[in-house]
Design a protein around this ligand. Structure first.
Ligand SMILES: Cc1cc2nc3c(=O)[nH]c(=O)nc-3n(C[C@H](O)[C@H](O)[C@H](O)COP(=O)(O)OP(=O)(O)OC[C@H]3O[C@@H](n4cnc5c(N)ncnc54)[C@H](O)[C@@H]3O)c2cc1C
Length: 474
């Protein structure tokens, strides 16, 4: 059986789906959903009836690319962000055609993220068959098995019959627990780019979380001429590290790392980095060489070692692996040097109402017993994403869970899926009509959110639906 041949299915009685009927319904029109649609059109042109169910009025934005702020840059250079793996220059040519520079000059540029959404839309819209693609500005609330496919229920009450459904739901931000908040607290979500841009320049801001979303918030504040204080609290106080300049990199092997547990693996990695640095290389290149092997590194760990990784190593891995553009790092450094931004490793204890307005932020710095308190006019939640599907407040996931259509993935993160992205139900059976792409595959693959992984998963899903090789668009 070929690796991605559909698993054998069991039929359930047909439901009455109403009139709308599609070969493929993609639920979620962020980057991943659009990459699936691109692959399907590349292969089938207008031969397939495709619908994307996405509440946003514009496709391809999602959490990452809906920002309109020019200072929010991709974390990866343009030559590595092509939507079409077999055509690495595809995104660079788009930027060049749009007057942003020459192809040679743009290859190593960290482009604004808003341009990436435009690029994905342009790629989709220029494919034969695009005119027949339907974008339903709706939320899917349930997916029910039916004969040879599914019925997708939408929030409006409409139903769609689909031969294949793809879950491209992306990430969900983790909300702040209600018990930490007080009435009247001014809290913004880090992905609410408009709310963050609206924070008054003189406000004291407390950002909870110190990862990439914190970086976005700090950049927006800096570009808006912010002069208030910015306090960043996170348990370890670790912030993303910068990329090194581009340079010659050779493919790196991982054979010596695979048999090792988390701790000896980390030690071996440190030795590799030290040797490379001694030979005059930036440390970043050692991690770049591991980049294509992220899934193999995760899959080689047993359950105990994966738990150890998630408990002890993930924060260190993240700041080395998910790096930021050098110019972004320079802006952050500037804020820190001016003592305007302070990152404190600490645990948030509570937010209480400040009698003068705003909040009192109560926190306990790491390895201390004493609680500290600071004033903040605004709290920005940048605590990251919810990886436990049972804690995501999404009616669709809850309905699928109640039906036994999905189950949590390894280590309780994401949902269970087979190698080619077929969703696995509670009886452990891959569903031949239901695929999943992206962040929800994190438990299986770990590396499953960035464009190189998404475009490969999109290709696999499109091929699994029929099994032919596509021709890249111009
Ligand atoms: C701030 C940020 C910066 C990033 N920068 C980069 C980068 O530079 N390079 C890189 O490779 N990756 C980057 N990433 C990783 C990024 O996650 C992926 O590149 C990509 O955006 C993920 O797309 P997605 O479609 O899987 O998820 P999302 O972008 O989250 O899109 C999911 C979509 O599904 C929709 N949806 C959810 N539930 C339903 C439902 N029930 N019904 C209908 N629609 C639904 C949502 O409305 C949303 O539009 C970044 C991520 C973030 C958050």
């Amino acid at each position: 059986m070929p690796a991605c041949a559909p698993p054998r299915e069991r039929m359930t009685p047909a439901q009455d789906p109403g009139d709308a009927s599609f070969d493929a319904v993609i639920v979620g029109g962020g980057a991943a959903g659009v990459l699936v649609a691109i692959r399907l059109l590349m292969r089938e042109g207008g031969a397939l009836r495709i619908a994307i169910v996405e509440p946003d009025t514009r496709l391809a934005r999602g959490a990452a690319y809906s920002t309109t702020q020019p200072e929010h840059l991709l974390n990866v250079i343009a030559s590595r962000m092509s939507a079409i793996a077999e055509d690495p220059g595809h995104f660079v040519r788009f930027l060049a055609r749009n007057g942003q520079g020459t192809e040679a000059g743009l290859a190593d540029v960290f482009a604004p993220r808003r341009d990436y959404a435009r690029y994905l839309r342009h790629t989709l819209e220029s494919l034969p068959g695009y005119d027949a693609l339907v974008h339903l500005r709706e939320r899917a609330t349930d997916i029910e098995r039916a004969e040879a496919g599914h019925v997708v229920h939408l929030a409006s009450g409409a139903r769609l019959r689909a031969s294949h459904v793809v879950l491209a739901l992306g990430n969900a931000a983790r909300p702040l627990p209600a018990y930490l908040l007080h009435e009247g607290a001014r809290v913004a979500d880090s992905w609410d780019y408009t709310a963050v841009a609206g924070i008054e320049p003189g406000a004291d801001v407390c950002i909870l979380g110190s990862g990439l979303s914190m970086v976005d918030v700090a950049l927006t504040l800096a570009h808006g001429g912010h002069h208030g204080r910015i306090l960043v609290l996170s348990r370890h106080g670790l912030a993303p590290l910068p990329h090194a300049g581009p340079g010659a990199q050779h493919e790196g092997g991982i054979d010596d790392l695979l048999p090792l547990g988390v701790l000896p693996r980390w030690r071996r990695l440190r030795q590799r980095v030290a040797a490379a640095v001694a030979a005059g290389e930036p440390w970043q290149w050692s991690f770049d060489r591991l980049r294509p092997h992220g899934q193999a590194l995760w899959r080689s760990l047993d359950d105990t070692q994966r738990r150890r990784f998630l408990r002890h190593a993930v924060r260190y891995w993240d700041i080395h692996r998910h790096r930021i553009a050098p110019q972004v790092a320079a802006t952050l450094d500037g804020l820190r040097e001016r003592c305007q931004l302070e990152i404190v490793p600490a645990r948030l204890r509570a937010l209480t109402a400040d009698p003068v307005g705003g909040s009192c932020v109560h926190f306990r710095p790491r390895r201390t017993a004493r609680e500290h308190m600071r004033h903040a006019d605004w709290i920005v939640n940048a605590t990251g994403v919810e990886t436990n599907i049972d804690l995501r407040p999404d009616p669709l996931l809850q309905a699928l869970r109640a039906r036994g259509g999905i189950l949590p993935g390894p280590q309780g993160i994401g949902l269970a899926s087979s190698d080619c992205g077929y969703v696995i139900d509670t009886r452990g059976r891959p569903n031949p009509h239901l695929f999943v792409i992206g962040a929800l595959r994190i438990g299986e693959l770990w590396e499953s959110i960035a464009i190189p992984e998404l475009r490969e998963q999109a290709r696999q899903i499109a091929n699994a639906m029929s099994g032919t090789d596509p021709t890249p668009p111009d």
